[in-house]
Design a protein around this ligand. Structure first.
Ligand code: ADP
Ligand code: MG
Length: 279
């Protein structure tokens, strides 16, 4: 059981925009030595700018399907296109975590997502080099083109990672479903200790399990539906509440009500103070 004094700590956290679902998690924060982050929407803004589009119907088809997703990519494409312009018969929509979406558009199969979902459906894609994310679109097995989008690193993430890196006993890790070139770029920019890319949701979970098995005390911060199992498995799961999916918020032990991952360190400061008071 957790001493009553922890209620004070939970209140202080909540006044700082951090929701903690129990005093035990506040106490556990004192013991975290491995800080693991999802990339998109957690360390990066997750509000993508659309830089160009190839193909005539690509953007409209992408927006049509992305209306049904809460992924940061989906929200950005729909916002750019304008949801009022969307019409068309669409059903049987299915989100494929780490890959994209499929649906039935007037009897034809519509696919939107990365190279992986296209390969799964044997659709050949263009191989143009682009230093960002390409969202591919295919209709009825025919490649339509891609929406070229770009994300930005949060300034707040720079402060956070450098603060953690300055602690001798703490380690930083980034896990992402995104492609290697982008992940490595973000990882290098932020000086994250270890970066793992092109991961499916189950691969993220396996990484966190491996860390826990080697005795690390793991905090994982993420925002997506596909992050829910990882949030549940980590010693402390932190959801980014500003953009986070309901599933992530539900599975998390701690919710940051803004888009600032550095609130993790604010929470830990409160945890330390609380501990000093109750012990
Ligand atoms: P991250 O681990 O960085 O949060 P995800 O696992 O959510 O990334 O997604 C990995 C990749 O899958 C994305 O970079 C994107 O290429 C693709 N993807 C996932 N969801 C969508 C979507 N709704 N629309 C387009 N692409 C998507
Ligand atoms: Mg994510």
């Amino acid at each position: 059981s957790v001493p009553l004094g922890y209620f004070g700590g939970l209140g202080a956290a909540s006044r700082n925009g951090i929701l903690i679902k129990g005093g035990n998690y506040l106490e556990a924060l004192n013991h975290i030595d491995t800080f693991v982050f999802d990339k998109t929407g957690t360390l990066t803004k997750g509000s993508f700018t659309i830089e160009k589009v190839s193909g005539n119907n690509t953007l409209e088809l992408a927006a049509l399907l992305e209306q049904h997703s809460n992924h940061p990519i989906a929200l950005s494409i729909v916002a750019h296109y304008g949801s009022e312009n969307l019409s068309g018969e669409l059903d049987q929509v299915e989100e494929i975590p780490g890959k994209g979406l499929r649906g039935n558009y007037s009897g034809k199969e519509l696919l939107v997502g990365n190279a992986r979902i296209m390969a799964d459906h044997k659709v050949d894609i263009d191989s143009e080099d682009y230093p960002g994310t390409k969202v591919h679109v295919a209709l009825d097995g025919q490649y339509e083109g891609a929406v070229f989008i770009k994300d930005e690193i949060k300034d707040d993430s720079r402060d956070l990672i450098s603060a953690i890196n300055s602690e001798a006993s703490s380690q930083t890790v980034m896990l992402t479903g995104d492609q290697r070139s982008i992940a490595d770029h973000v990882g290098n920019e932020l000086a994250v200790g270890e970066t793992y890319s092109e991961l499916l949701p189950q691969d993220k979970l396996a990484h966190v399990e491996r860390l826990a098995e080697t005795g690390r005390k793991v905090l994982f911060a993420g925002d997506g539906i596909n992050d829910a199992p990882v949030l549940a498995r980590a010693d402390i799961g932190v959801a980014m509440g500003a953009l986070g999916s309901d599933a992530a918020i539900e599975a998390a032990d701690m919710v940051i009500m803004s888009d600032q991952p550095s609130k993790i360190l604010v929470a830990r400061k409160i945890a330390r103070k609380t501990r000093a008071l109750v012990l």
